[in-house]
Design a protein around this ligand. Structure first.
Ligand code: GLN
Length: 473
């Protein structure tokens, strides 16, 4: 309907369109795209009622900065009074008791929440096939996955079922589906956005971030969500800039962009490597200095990531006993059996695999060999980035080694599935911001994603370069 929020807002302010019409447009698209299975719940009546309220606010000149921006929320984020399943049977009937800070801050600026989106169970996965409520289909090719774990949010934004959607990214769950669905997706710096109201997967990695068809709208949503929150002690008191306004400035003079040589060496689809080279050529002709850099320990990122996140997940998921909100196993004689059986029946295969892996790496006999060693590896990977950022302002890599793969192609091979995250997990290990932007398509017509990474809290730099690339390359 509108290419971006600026256009939508002028439509609203000039009376050319109403918020009610906008909501109807997205509801219509949600209906038409039902087969994609992107939504787990849609708040039709409430969204329309809220839109009518916003139309009044617009008329009286009192509307918030995001008035009429229609947003879909991944079903691991709480919205008060709404079901939050985390795409798991174990929380099938759970209703959130409060609203996540990130979501509340958008609502406070008159954004309209249109529904909750499908995802991999407890955000574990790279294809959205791990949802207890069925796979999500890629809007570009319905035989392919949309990526994961925030696949529903990515598909919803790509198929124009909302203007912006929220995802979470622990190891790539915003950037990888953004790449597969041909849209922009940002994982902010760890601590930039409060995690209050986000169901924890791996607490020292989890980040909330926006998806949108363009960088501008993602920048606007980020600005509202960012900032310290007393309900999350890991949210950081750090200045935020007007990210959207920054985008209209030209690229910084003397900007140096690093290309990670290890990431283009092998195993990456040729068209993706070509896309990175064509972007860097373009940047050079625009006066950007492009430099080959090295992240020598990045090759350990997948192992490190899967040891540390499963350890944290095994602890975070210990709280689900299945007794109240979902499947309570029927045939258990004693309490302990009820817990064991409910967890066995309530969790899917991948979640159980991770709980067992995590318990194993934390067990007394293996703690030093796995968990402690992985913590040291995480530090070394973070140090690699620190070194690189002394010679480059920003880093460019492919987001994924391939474009969207077929549904069913990797589901029985967990290792092949984990390797999808080879370029994304490093940013979560280091905590730095990273964005995926679309840069053309491969010969099957599937979108290619390019990743821009930056220093801690340099979302402005990351978004500016991403926006430039998306518009010019
Ligand atoms: N695909 C990764 C995993 O399965 C990332 C998940 C995420 O970022 N939530 O762990």
């Amino acid at each position: 309907m509108f290419d971006n929020y600026s256009a939508l807002r002028s439509g609203l302010d000039s009376g050319k369109v109403s918020a009610v019409e906008i909501v109807k447009h997205y509801l219509d698209n949600i209906n038409k795209g039902k087969h994609l299975n992107a939504f787990l719940s849609v708040f039709e009546d409430e969204a329309l009622a809220k839109a009518a309220e916003i139309d009044k606010k617009i008329a009286s000149g009192k509307a918030g900065r995001l008035a009429g921006m229609v947003i879909a929320v991944k079903d691991v984020l709480s919205v008060k009074g709404k079901r939050m399943t985390c795409s798991s049977k174990i929380l099938e009937n759970f209703e959130a008791l409060y609203t996540a800070t990130a979501v509340q801050r958008l609502i406070d600026e008159d954004a309209i929440i249109i529904g909750k989106t499908n995802c991999d169970e407890f955000a574990m996965g790279s294809s959205n096939e791990n949802s207890a409520y069925g796979a999500v289909l890629n809007p570009h090719d319905i035989t392919r996955v949309p990526g994961g774990s925030s696949g529903g949010s990515a598909a919803a934004a790509a198929a124009d079922m909302c203007m912006v959607s929220l995802g979470t990214d622990t190891g790539g769950s915003i950037r990888q589906p953004a790449a597969f669905c041909g849209i922009a997706g940002l994982k902010p710096t760890y601590g930039r956005i409060s995690r209050y109201g986000l169901t924890a997967f791996a607490s020292s990695f989890d980040a909330i971030g926006p998806f949108a068809k363009n960088v501008e709208d993602a920048a606007r949503a980020l600005y509202e969500m960012a900032g310290h929150d007393e309900n999350d002690s890991t949210s950081v008191k750090h200045d935020k800039t007007d990210y959207y306004a920054e985008l209209s400035k030209p690229l910084k003079k003397g900007l140096t962009v690093g290309i990670v040589k290890e990431f283009l060496d092998h195993g990456v689809q040729k068209e993706i490597v070509d896309a990175v080279h064509s972007v860097t050529k373009h940047l050079e002709s625009a006066g950007v200095k492009v430099k080959e850099i090295s992240l020598p320990n990045a090759e350990y990122s997948i192992q490190t990531y899967y040891i540390l996140t499963t350890a944290e997940a095994s602890s975070n998921l210990a709280r689900y006993d299945g007794a109240r909100y979902g499947v309570r196993s029927k045939d258990s004689a004693v309490l302990e059996d009820m817990y064991v059986n409910s967890r066995t029946e309530g969790f899917g295969e991948e979640v159980k695999r991770r709980i067992m892996l995590g318990t194993y790496v934390l067990s007394s006999g293996y703690y030093d060999a796995y968990y402690k060693k992985a913590q040291k590896a995480r530090r070394i990977i973070k140090d690699d980035f620190h070194n690189v950022f002394s010679e480059a302002d920003l880093i460019i890599t492919p987001t994924t080694p391939t474009t969207a793969f077929k549904i069913g192609e990797k589901i029985n091979d967990p290792l092949a599935m984990y390797l999808n995250d080879v370029f994304t997990t490093t940013a979560n290990l280091a905590g730095i911001p990273a964005l995926s932007v679309p840069v053309g398509k491969d010969s099957d017509g599937l979108p290619i994603g390019l990743q821009v990474m930056g220093k801690d809290f340099d979302e402005a730099g990351v978004l500016s370069l991403g926006n430039y690339i998306m518009r010019n390359c």
